[in-house]
Design a protein around this ligand. Structure first.
Ligand code: 3PG
Length: 403
């Protein structure tokens, strides 16, 4: 059993909370605030208990110095301030001892959000490599740690796992809610169990796909994942996003060979062009030419996927069918969501893109459960546990380190 927030003595304490505020931002605007809304229950509980709240989160992928420019959490602090109707302080500093002084002078119910923890990855990956000194410093900012970042619970980083080695720790309300919903609907799913996966890079999901194939009855693919499988089958996918790695392609061939009956791939597509932004065509999957780019699934694919969905009892949706934000390529995603809604089956959508598309097309209340976790949800379904919360147990049998 995980130690729950309600079982933790937080009254009047300084509490460090890890949320997942990795929200989609377009033109300096948060286009889906689901993850921020999800964090409010835990924040309200801590406010009720007169805590000082120190919030940690990551945002985006930070691989080089320039990535910092577009991934500051300052925009989230402003959003949180609006939602809570109270001041939310923002600190650009993360590892600065001055931060300790700043937190010391905070009063109960004050909230401070610290800058993107992944900024610490430049140059030495202090966050992602779970650096022990970094973990210890983050822990020194409070007296208790609450892990409430479900979507990051598959990452053993300084701000998720490292910090638990130094502070009494528990899970927050959104992690608790996610675990109980996923246990209920997906851990022993009603069969047939169908997984629908979209997404860009097949390399990121290869292991998960292989493991998922052992759990599900059908796997329906779209996006860059599907393109790579089509390429492995020697289809010309033009200039579409797909793996270039020969070893990966060999692996995909084997996966296809061993799972002929389970994997479904697009039969047709809506394509654009690599040199003409106005060009859009319907193409059968064997008609694609060198400069065309697959941006959405076509009607035949929708029909094929529909027939599998209607024969299923449980469906897990992870990803979208195409570039749904562009109306020319939105039909596949919208139609599949409509079919899922009308199916009246157990439907769980997981991951930033899936949930954003569900909200974009107004299907908010159409499904059994919307999970904030993408990678985390997949990992939980496959392995039955998550490295980012493994160390948080009800019985505090872990030794709290002092550095
Ligand atoms: C997510 O959106 O799935 C989480 O925020 C995790 O992001 P990551 O894959 O960059 O760790």
């Amino acid at each position: 059993m995980k130690k729950r927030l309600e079982k933790m003595d937080v009254k009047e304490k300084t509490v460090v909370v890890r949320f997942d505020y990795n929200v989609p931002i377009v033109n300096n605007e948060i286009i889906d605030d689901t993850k921020i809304i999800t964090s409010l229950d835990t924040i309200h509980y801590l406010l009720k208990n007169n805590c000082k709240i120190v919030i940690l989160s990551h945002l985006g992928k930070i691989q080089k110095e320039e990535d910092k420019k577009n991934n500051s959490l300052a925009i989230v602090a402003a959003k949180l301030k609006n939602l809570l109707n109270q001041e939310v302080y923002f600190s650009h500093n993360l590892l600065d001892p001055e931060l300790l002084e700043r937190i010391k002078i905070m009063i109960p119910k004050d909230i401070i959000l610290l800058e993107n923890t992944r900024f610490l990855d430049i140059p030495n990956k202090l966050e992602s490599n779970c650096d022990i000194q970094t973990s210890s410093f983050l822990a020194s900012l409070g007296e208790v740690f609450v892990m409430d970042a479900f979507a990051s619970a598959h990452r053993a980083h300084a701000s998720t796992v490292g910090i638990t080695k130094f502070l009494p720790s528990c899970i927050g309300f959104s992690v608790e809610r996610e675990l109980s919903a996923l246990n209920k609907f997906l851990m022993s799913p009603k069969r047939p169990f169908t997984v629908i996966m979209g997404g860009a890079k097949v390399e990121d999901k290869l292991e998960l796909i292989e493991a998922m194939l052992l759990k599900c009855d059908h796997l329906l693919l779209a996006g860059g994942l599907a393109n790579s499988f089509l390429k492995a089958l020697n289809f010309n996918i033009g200039a579409s996003l797909a793996t270039k790695n020969a070893k990966t392609i060999e692996k995909l061939k084997n996966i296809l060979l061993n799972n002929r009956d389970k994997i479904s791939l697009p039969l047709d597509a809506i394509v654009g062009s690599s040199y003409d932004k106005t060009y859009t065509r319907y193409k059968k999957i064997n008609e694609i030419t060198d400069n065309e780019i697959i941006y959405d699934i076509g009607v035949k694919t929708i029909e094929k996927y529909k027939s599998i969905i209607l024969k299923s009892e449980t469906i897990f949706l992870n990803g979208t069918m195409g570039v749904y934000e562009d109306y020319r390529y939105s039909n596949g995603t919208k139609e599949i969501l409509q079919i899922l809604k009308e199916s009246q089956k157990i439907v769980v959508a997981g991951g930033g893109d899936s949930v954003s598309s569900v909200k974009h097309f107004g299907f908010n209340d159409a499904f059994t459960y919307l999970s904030c976790g993408g990678g985390a949800t997949l990992e939980y379904l496959i392995h039955g546990h998550l490295i980012g919360i493994d160390s948080i147990m009800e019985e505090e049998n872990i030794e709290i380190l002092d550095v």
